[in-house]
Design a binder for this molecule. Structure first.
Ligand code: NAI
Length: 642
């Protein structure tokens, strides 16, 4: 029997022969489900419809292959221009999900694929949650990453389900968990393979057994011992985020501790959060991220075989990352002994990530040492990552040009050479694209996709699609020294070293920028990049005006090249910098250090190296970790002038 399917734009509701109701969300005109105000009001009407005639059970599921529900409709957050609208948005979800939680018939969320934010809050309001065991199934409350709080019952129900510690950890980091972990934690009642999911859902909801409760300690921490858990959580958060930059995690702890997760009991807090510049900026960053991902969408068929030449720091890590993402990768260098360290590094990294030994084997099997370069003639994509030497690269490209497939994508990972200068080596120069990764590849989300003049648009598009395929964010840039990211970092690091030359300690300089909200200070960054690279880059990026800073020259001359030699501006006794206490940071130091970075970003935008201000902000945030709460350098400049 089908009840009133035509009444809903986004839902389909059917009651089957056993009296079980199935509510399928398939948001019209979208590839993923989100909880817009219409979706929510339709859900309320569905519940109204059952009020007089309750079904034996109600199962929520998704009609999208992409997943269950990705969250609230973030577009709607951008329209909250009055305090009332913010509170109203919270109230709508809080009340509706309370109503769902209070129904007198059993309800179940059948979670396959992503189930995030408001989607998980809906699932938590159901009596049961059945997770489908698939790699794409992820559950989490990532609101904190947008600078907001899970106000639709997440702060109440997640700690009730899985205990305070695990819940706070998920809510305060925004991290998501997979189906099996959800079952282990008690978030999911069960975890089943896709082929049995509908049957399993029906059986679970009809059996209507009492749910498993979290262990006693966790119940205490969510009850009388709340203060203890809150204190520990505040301490953890303080290590990562300052409340003036990121108020949301602190508000989550307060609302959970003092109001049992009911955000409506603290309207002033909600108003402050929802309309804070941080939330506005983080939401903007989210949309910028979506835009970058969008560059990689297209009809190009996915690459299957990658050939990497150069198994050093970058080539080795690029190869390892791409094998992890499912590609077959052949890795070439001048001899097997040069490839072996890259394979060892890959194995160690995979072991940390992959628990299933068969999966580990499969990934390792996809990463193939290829000292003779047999893979080159078969690959869909080739990336050269040999050392930064124009002649060596040209010689290599010339050889490759003669043997690779005519339709293969050919890319260089050069960080400072002009792509145009490599053109002469090729019969068809238009095919060469820069694909510039950052170090460490597995941690840096951005990849610059560099178009030299006359680049083949189809190859460019394939390069973006390739970057998206391996889960990185492609940023299109024009070919110029340092592209966007290194070009803005150069003058910033230089200014920091000048401050050291003037007598400030590296610790004080770094502290100024950490207090501003950078993930790492500029001097430590120089140590990480390497003082040799900074010397070379300084010459080409800073222009002719300057001698390299004295502090850099001296250390370089003494062979102290930074983290890789165990000594640079800091000592690295166990791989970590040994820092003395910072002195008081002089007023205005952060602004002074930032100014060259801001100036250079504006300059690159004017020069058209990056197409618009949003892309420049996105590139600098995802490529350098530039304090995301500011919305990026250009947005920060604008807000300083407002
Ligand atoms: P590396 O020195 O660690 O590795 C270079 C590797 O290339 C060596 O193993 C060498 O044996 C091999 N090689 C040299 N000539 C070869 C040839 N003709 N055939 C096969 N293998 C050859 O260098 P790294 O740091 O990995 O840099 C590689 C490229 O990546 C450079 O273009 C660099 O500018 C760029 N890059 C480096 C970054 C970094 O942080 N190290 C970041 C982004 C780009």
């Amino acid at each position: 029997m089908n009840i009133d399917a035509s009444r809903y734009q986004h839902w389909q509701v059917e009651v089957d022969a056993t009296g079980l109701a199935w509510a399928t969300l398939d948001k019209a005109g979208e590839s993923a489900n989100s909880l817009s105000s219409t979706v929510m009001s339709e859900l309320a009407r569905i519940l109204d419809g059952f009020d007089g005639k309750p079904p034996r059970g109600l199962i929520f599921r998704s009609g999208k292959p992409a997943g269950f529900i990705a969250g609230a409709d973030i577009q709607e957050f951008t329209q909250l221009d009055t305090p009332e609208k913010g509170i109203e948005l919270v109230r709508r979800g809080w009340q509706l999900f309370n109503r769902l939680a209070g129904l007198n018939y059993p309800t179940l969320a059948l979670v396959r694929g992503h189930c995030l934010g408001g989607g998980l809050e809906l699932a938590l309001a159901c009596r049961y949650l059945l997770a489908v065991d698939e790699p794409t199934t992820r559950m989490g409350l990532p609101e904190v990453m947008l600078g907001i709080v899970p106000g639709w019952g997440g702060m109440l129900r997640l700690p009730e389900r899985i205990g305070a510690q695990a819940a706070l950890d998920m809510m305060l980091t925004g991290k998501s968990i997979d189906a099996r972990r959800a079952k282990r934690l008690g978030l999911a009642d069960d975890c089943v393979p896709p082929r049995v999911m509908d049957n399993a859902a029906a059986m679970l909801v009809l059996a209507d057994q009492p749910r498993r409760r979290p262990p006693l300690l966790q119940r205490l921490l969510n009850g009388p011992l709340r203060g203890l858990a809150a204190r520990a959580a505040r301490k953890q958060v303080a290590k990562r985020a300052r409340s003036e930059h990121y108020p949301a995690p602190y508000a989550i702890i307060d609302i959970w501790q003092k109001h049992r997760g009911d955000a409506l009991a603290a309207p002033e807090l909600i108003d402050r959060i929802v309309r804070s510049p941080t939330a506005r900026n983080l939401v903007r960053v989210f949309f910028m991220q979506e835009r970058l991902k969008g560059f990689g969408k297209g009809s190009a068929s996915p690459a299957r075989h990658l050939h990497v030449i150069g198994a050093g720091v970058m080539g080795g890590d690029i190869a390892a990352w791409c094998a992890l993402r499912g590609l077959t990768v052949t890795l070439q260098d001048q001899g097997i002994e040069r490839i072996a360290p890259a394979l060892q590094r890959a194995y160690a990294a995979y072991r940390r990530r992959i628990k299933d030994p068969r999966e580990l084997r499969r990934v390792m099997d996809r990463l193939i040492p290829d000292p003779d370069g047999h893979g080159a003639s078969r690959a869909d994509v080739l990336i050269e990552a040999i050392f930064e030497d124009l002649e060596a690269k040209r010689a290599l490209l010339r050889k490759l040009d003669a043997l690779i497939r005519p339709d293969a994508l050919l890319a260089s990972n050069t960080s400072s050479l002009r792509i145009e200068d490599l053109h002469g080596a090729l019969n068809n120069p238009a095919r060469l694209i820069g694909i510039h990764f950052f170090n460490p590849v597995a941690r840096m989300p951005l990849v610059e996709v560099v178009a030299a003049g006359g680049a083949d648009p189809e190859m460019l598009q394939r390069a973006m699609a390739f970057v998206k395929q391996i889960d990185r964010l492609p940023l299109p840039v024009k070919s110029a020294p340092g592209f966007l990211v290194n070009a803005v970092l150069g003058p910033y690091m230089l200014e920091a070293m000048r401050a050291v030359d003037e007598g400030l300690s590296p610790e004080t300089v770094d502290q100024a920028m950490i207090a501003f909200g950078m993930p790492m200070g500029p001097i430590e960054l120089v140590d990480m990049v390497g003082l040799d690279v900074a010397m070379a880059a300084g010459k080409s990026l800073a222009g002719n005006d300057a001698e390299p800073p004295k502090c850099l020259r001296e250390r370089f001359a003494a062979g102290h090249l930074g983290k890789k030699t165990g000594k640079g501006f800091y000592d690295y006794p166990k791989g970590k910098p040994a820092k003395a206490a910072a002195a008081a940071v002089p007023a205005g130091l952060a602004d002074r250090l930032l100014q060259p970075l801001l100036d250079r970003t504006q300059q690159l935008l004017r020069d058209g190296i990056v197409a618009d201000a949003d892309l420049a902000d996105a590139g600098v945030i995802f490529g350098t970790g530039f304090a995301p709460f500011t919305g990026g350098p250009l947005n920060y400049l604008k807000s300083r002038h407002d």
